[in-house]
Design a protein around this ligand. Sequence first.
Ligand code: 13P
Ligand code: SF4
Length: 346
Amino acid sequence: MLETDLLPVKQRPSVADTEATRAVEQDEEIRNMTEEQLIEGINRLRKERNAVILAHNYQLPVIQDLADFVGDSLELSRQAAQTDADVIVFCGVHFMAETAAILCPDKKVLIPDPEAGCSLAATVTAEQVRRWKERHPDAIVVAYINTTAEVKAEADYCCTSANAVKVIQSLPPDREILFLPDMFLGAYVQRMTGRRMYLWPGECHVHAGIRPEDIQGLFDRYPDADLLLHPECGCISQCMYALAEGELPADRTFVYSTSGMVRHVRTSPAPTHLVATEVGILHRMRKEAPHKRFVPVKEDAICEYMKTITLPKVYRSLRDMVYEVTVPPEIADRARRAIERMLEIV
Ligand code: 13P
Ligand code: SF4
């Protein structure tokens, strides 16, 4: 059930010209450094600062290659929660770094560019969630991890693409559920669990752009392939329908989080994988399974927010200890409850 009258949603953030981009362009030292020197500098500084570098699966190849850990949203929160480093340099988007800051209040969490936003997280504000809850006072609120700390503070549970189905299955069957902000993930979870939920009408511009027509005819062109779909994709409902109707092969069509996809390509016997998500993940897949072929379902599925984290910015982040991500304790305490409930379930 979509409640569209709660719109308007917020504008998509722009990363065309961020403060961090200008800072590295104007920095005398950084401007004169080669890629090799930047990597050397990062390696020296991360030891000096006892820092760990966490990177999301969509990060630029050079960032993935130097990270201590590369993963999906769930794995990155777990890594952040467990690390004994003093500093976490989070190479991902802002809500991910915020989640790390919420889970590790005694660590310094840095993001190389704080304007690395998320079009999906920007579709809902805490005030909108409060208004939605007023309409459904007894409902359980489940917030996808792609939300701001203020929104998580309004939620009862958090979830990621890796565990959304399990989180919903764990909830008492007689309670209403408000699920936000991704309507495609919400529709997928409804189908998998049979639970009716109220869905926030938000979407990620990258995944919403992967449409049913992008899937059509793929298995005719790649008869030896497995199809891997992220549940945020705009084609997910039609794909689930096509699966039920036998129009897509059930033994070769899979819905996963980004790291679920990586695990699949490691073990699947299929020589070709059709990948319906942001194309940054192909670098990780090619490293993990070098003899297999990976075909993006949509070549221009590129998240500009993820790509705004660059090598010069990571170097500057460690050199100048910028930009620190902090969450006010009263917001962090409420948001942490929702995140920890999720981590207890899966
Ligand atoms: P994952 O948790 O599957 O990595 O997804 C995060 C995300 O931002 C998808 O666009
Ligand atoms: Fe947000 Fe979409 Fe980018 Fe993921 S791909 S970080 S959901 S804008």
